[in-house]
Design a protein around this ligand. Structure first.
Ligand code: MV4
Length: 637
């Protein structure tokens, strides 16, 4: 085993790799850009080397600097993580030329899978099923059009160098073929510098099911079961799970065997993923899957495989890279069901735009796996992928895992940055997904319901108003018993009735229990659990996984609210002023009795909310006042 390795990555995957390395006694070297100088992965690693400025082109994509950092620090191996240089064959060659071990496949294996047409030829030869179509060298317009006719419409034209959905054109009608062919060629040239295309039968209701494989340097190869990654949006995976819903033993065996053949055909070493497309309309059949591409790296969604197999894929990568063998196929078993959700910093209603911000609160529930490269207080910057965390749950059954995911998303608390947490919560509750009836079009079809503004439960505004004030633990207060609270410019009267009872503009809120941010509240006859926070001039309430918030108007800003503010003592109810115990100019301590009122045969003492000076006294002994009347104003000392 290596004694020291460098992690050529950042964020959650760098942290993930470092943790396993330390568990195995391997020392670690992190690399970082200026934006990441105090990032979590830098803090976790034994050593860290600055490699450049924040943009990835000036840091994490600079192979030479990364290799220099490895040599300087005496690292023996380089783990590329995913993205960045992980599937760059020139980088692999440069690492090896420097006398270092690349923790991943050979440059030739990466190249073999780099172009779709060549990969399909290789896979066909290895008896791996491929989507019916034409993937040869003849790029003549008329020839390709004839091929499309033979395959039968609809067809899909794919740029051979394409990826992530780029350079793909669906054609439903031969009259539109040439136009689409040219569009796919243009996209292929512009994005990948390659205008070669292939033609495939279009699968109408595609499901994305991938097989995790592992190869070693002794010719061994095994699979670690499948993952279903059909829930995608614009070719970005959103939820992944294992096993695939509806997977039969027979189909898994066929798919696993095909994936192992694919790996062996290219002499694959390390962790890889063979992606298959499956026709969801026909149900899962042992002869109904086709090779799409192979990802020659550790994938983002590897935790679901770890959850069901109990294996540490990074540990296996290190063992294989240092000459070890893959486990026996029979020793790899699949237990229960795992689901991963990718939590992103994004503005979902605005069309899933990446969001940025400082994560003032970042709280995840216990009992689930969290892979994250950020901590509370960290910034989500515009330079890198806006993923905040991966949340992975494991259960005996899919239903149990789904329930665990739902619960975990509801208990996830992120403030400071817009996130897709509520979107994910709705997605896992979506009936088709819950039933395992999904394909890659599900999110787009259900988008309206998945991104709609939440229906505000009755009384949320009242709860926000109660939460907006710092009433103190247990609500035994010195503050006036009735306050004006401004929320986003709207003034609400919050009346304290005692014992956790409030009346907000006539609506009753009863706070039954509080434990930190967790409140149990009665809102208009319903008892709800709410997560309540006041932070930086805003108030946040999460009920049933849906988030509501409001800006708290500054009480000292009289334009917003004349009567508001902790220094204003207001009659909590209609009654008689019995005593006025202070005069203008008096210095008083917090808690000092200032005004005594009598109402409904009960005495109420209004006390100084803070150390200060009495300003105006508006109450006079014997006066009958209405609820909400200002009795006295205090000023800060
Ligand atoms: C397809 C297909 C339908 N028929 N191929 C999209 C990205 C690339 N990896 C392959 N993709 C597709 N290939 C045929 N013959 C539909 C897709 C596709 C898709 C595949 C996997 C996951 C999400 C997808 C979303 C839209 C289209």
């Amino acid at each position: 085993m290596f004694t020291k390795m460098l992690i050529a990555n950042r964020g959650e995957i760098a942290c993930r790799i470092i943790e396993t390395a330390h568990k195995m006694g391997v020392a670690t070297v992190a690399v970082y850009s200026d934006a990441d100088a105090s990032a979590k992965h830098v803090m976790l690693a034994g050593e860290a080397v600055r490699i450049g400025a924040a943009p990835v082109g000036e840091s994490y994509l600079l192979g030479d600097r990364i290799i220099a950092a490895a040599l300087e620090t005496g690292a023996e191996a380089v783990h590329p993580g995913y993205g960045f240089l992980s599937e760059n064959p020139e980088f692999v060659e440069a690492v090896e030329a420097a006398g270092l071990v690349f923790i991943g496949p050979s440059a030739s294996a990466i190249r073999a899978m780099g172009l779709k047409d060549a990969a399909k030829v290789l896979m066909e030869a290895a008896e791996v099923p491929v989507v019916p179509g034409y993937h040869g060298d003849n790029q003549d317009d008329a020839f390709l059009a004839a091929m499309a006719g033979e395959i039968g419409y609809p067809v899909l034209i794919k740029a051979v160098a394409g990826g992530g959905g780029k350079g793909m054109r669906r054609v439903d009608d031969s009259a539109l073929f040439i136009e689409s062919l040219n569009a796919a060629r243009r996209e292929g040239s512009a994005s990948f510098g390659n205008d070669q295309v292939l033609i495939e039968k279009y699968i109408l209701s595609p499901r994305h099911i991938e097989m995790q494989v592992f190869g070693d340097n002794h010719g061994g190869a095994v699979h670690l079961f499948e993952r279903d990654c059909s829930l995608q949006r614009r070719h970005q995976k959103v939820i992944e799970e294992a096993p695939a819903p509806g997977m039969t033993d027979e189909m898994r065996e066929a798919m696993g065997a095909a994936a192992v053949k694919a790996a062996q055909a290219i002499g694959y070493s390390g962790a890889g993923t063979v992606e298959f497309i499956v026709d969801g309309a026909e149900g899962l059949r042992a002869d109904g899957f086709w090779f799409m591409e192979m990802n020659t790296r550790l994938q983002v969604e590897h935790p679901v495989t770890e959850a069901v197999t109990g294996l540490d894929l990074v540990q296996l990568q290190l063992e294989v890279a240092s000459g070890g063998r893959v486990p026996e196929q029979a020793a790899i078993v699949c237990n229960g069901h795992a689901i991963e959700a990718r939590i992103y910093a994004e503005d979902v209603p605005a069309g899933f735009l990446p969001a940025t911000g400082r994560l003032t609160v970042l709280d995840f529930p216990d009992g689930v796996r969290i892979d994250s490269g950020v901590r509370a207080g960290d910034d989500i910057s515009p330079y890198y992928d806006p993923m905040i965390a991966k949340l992975t749950v494991h259960g005996e059954t899919r239903a149990a895992a789904l329930a665990a995911m739902q619960g975990a998303l509801r208990r996830t608390d992120i403030i400071g940055c817009k996130t897709n947490v509520e979107f994910l919560g709705r997605l896992v509750a979506q009936p088709d997904f819950a039933a395992g009836n999904m394909d890659t079009g599900l999110i787009e079809r259900e988008l309206a319901a998945l991104v709609a503004e939440p229906v505000e439960p009755t009384g949320v505004r009242a709860l926000l108003a109660v939460a907006a004030q710092d009433w103190g633990e247990g609500f035994t207060l010195w503050q006036p018993l009735r306050q004006r609270v401004g929320l986003d410019g709207e003034g609400l009267w919050v009346q304290v009735l005692g014992g956790g009872w409030f009346r907000v503009d006539g609506f009753e809120v009863e706070v039954l229990a509080r434990e930190g941010a967790h409140w149990q509240v009665r809102l208009g006859g319903h008892i709800v659990r709410a997560r309540v926070r006041r932070l930086d001039g805003r108030v946040y309430v999460v009920i049933n996984g849906e988030r509501f918030d409001a800006g708290i108007d500054d009480p000292l800003n009289r334009d917003v609210s004349v009567e508001a503010g902790a220094g204003v003592l207001v009659a909590p109810m209609p009654g008689l002023v019995q005593a006025v115990l202070a005069a203008a100019g008096d210095a008083v301590e917090a808690g000092a009795a200032l005004v005594v009122m009598e109402a409904m045969k009960m005495e109420h003492t209004l006390r100084a909310p803070f150390d200060g000076v009495v300003g105006e006294v508006l109450a006079s002994v014997g006066g009958q006042v209405e609820s909400g009347v200002v009795l006295l104003r205090m000023e800060e000392a």
